[in-house]
Design a protein around this ligand. Structure first.
Ligand code: SF4
Ligand code: SF4
Length: 160
């Protein structure tokens, strides 16, 4: 009898905890609906895609290649990013640059987003700060894989 009583007590306790979370989250959600900002994050539903949430500064979003002042890629085709990439989704072809200071530039630079795991190793490895993942672009879903392949031109012009 005592065991049965304890069983029901635990059920009621569980219901009360669930109800407490429900009511607290509902209050924050209503405050958010009226545009009242609170310190508590994630307690409300974001109506995506109509409503977008802020992306953290350090978030790794779509890649881009940086340019020099004359518009040429900052990349010197050292292949470090291609070598370090765990998904093997970077492909670079190096070409000699007439400028002896630069030596090489990428005539082809491809990133296959369908294989990329967004680890950021390519950014970390780059000695020229030539590749970044700071576009803030996170919506790049496509209907087929070939549209997820970024080439040099699209990477230089902050793609899609
Ligand atoms: S983020 Fe990672 S997986 Fe994607 S291209 Fe860079 S190194 Fe490769
Ligand atoms: S590591 Fe940087 S400089 Fe080297 S190939 Fe990659 S993007 Fe270019």
């Amino acid at each position: 009898m005592f065991r049965l009583f304890g069983y029901f007590i635990e059920i009621i306790r569980g219901i009360l905890i669930t109800a407490r979370h429900f009511i607290v989250n509902m209050v924050f959600h209503i405050l958010n609906l009226f545009g009242i900002k609170t310190k508590r994050k994630g307690a409300f539903t974001i109506q995506y895609p109509e409503q977008k949430t802020e992306i953290a500064e350090r978030h790794r979003s779509l890649h881009r290649l940086m340019k020099r002042e004359d518009g040429k890629p900052r990349c010197v085709a050292c292949m470090l990013c291609e070598t370090v990439c765990p998904s093997e989704c970077i492909y670079i072809e190096a070409t000699e640059d007439p400028d002896p200071e630069i030596q090489k530039y990428p005539s082809t630079f491809i990133i296959d987003l369908s294989r990329c795991c967004f680890c950021g190793f390519c950014v970390e490895a780059c000695p020229e700060d030539a590749i970044r993942m700071d576009t803030g672009e996170v919506e790049f879903a496509q209907y087929n894989r070939k549209d997820m392949v970024l080439d040099l031109e699209s990477l230089l012009n902050e793609p899609k």
